[in-house]
Design a protein around this ligand. Structure first.
Ligand code: BG6
Ligand code: MG
Length: 215
């Protein structure tokens, strides 16, 4: 336990909910239609990265006529339309008991909870799964200009909680997110995909492991 930690800033996609799979599905449909190669390994590079930057990464495998800015925006919008259709099916049961119970216990212990997500759909997702009221602050793709690995989304999250960066623990499934937490001077805990690089201060095997490191 680190007595300095007063707040926890959670990434959303791939940490609180498994929308990382839905991002993959929506990009896969978009890439297939363009004849651009895309797989789960490439999808891992998109974790924590903004929508337009994600498109640029996918287009590294595009070998056709150069695309205009307008065509790129249209592609990103198309992906987001597909993604939003998939999100419509989300419901409270898409949040695991492990996540819900752990959030409740952390609140009971007096921690301030925030979301720090690059997504512009974060509030909609939290509403769909009935978790919006659980967080004291939301910092997301609508209030930042630089996406992870820039620390902006977490710095704003700490500000919204009224805490100093070093009083916050960031929980992330993206390497870019762990890098952002380190750059912002925050504590960091990796889960899922981000555990492999071992860049974070803590590695979580399960979400409820948070209760152990914050005992
Ligand atoms: C992040 C995801 O949470 O949000 C990224 O990890 C995604 O993969 C980014 O590109 C932006 O999401 P959205 O919903 O604004 O397109
Ligand atoms: Mg994520």
């Amino acid at each position: 336990m680190n007595p300095e930690i007063k707040g926890i800033i959670f990434d959303l996609d791939g940490v609180i909910v498994f929308t990382d799979e839905l991002h993959y599905e929506a990009w896969k449909i978009t890439a297939d239609e363009m004849g651009v190669y895309f797989d789960k390994e490439i999808n891992n590079l998109l974790r924590g990265v903004s929508r337009m930057e994600s498109l640029e990464i996918i287009l590294r495998n595009y070998h056709g006529e150069p695309l205009s800015k307008g065509e790129k925006v249209a592609l990103a919008e198309k992906k987001n339309d597909i993604y939003k259709k998939l999100l419509e099916k989300m419901q409270p049961s898409d949040v695991t008991d492990s996540v819900r119970d752990t959030l409740n216990e952390l609140k009971r212990r007096g921690y301030h909870l925030a979301v720090g997500s690059s997504s512009k759909n974060a509030k909609y997702i939290l509403e769909r799964v009935n978790l919006l009221g659980k967080f004291d602050a939301i910092s997301d793709g609508t209030n930042i200009t630089n996406s992870k690995p820039d620390p902006e989304v977490f710095v704003k999250g700490a500000e919204f909680l009224g805490l100093q960066p070093q009083e916050c623990l960031v929980v992330e499934d993206a390497d870019a997110g762990i890098e952002a937490a380190l750059a912002g001077g925050m504590h960091s805990a990796a889960i899922g995909n981000a555990t492999a690089s071992r860049k974070a201060e803590y590695n979580l095997a399960t979400f409820e492991d948070l209760l152990v490191i914050l005992e």
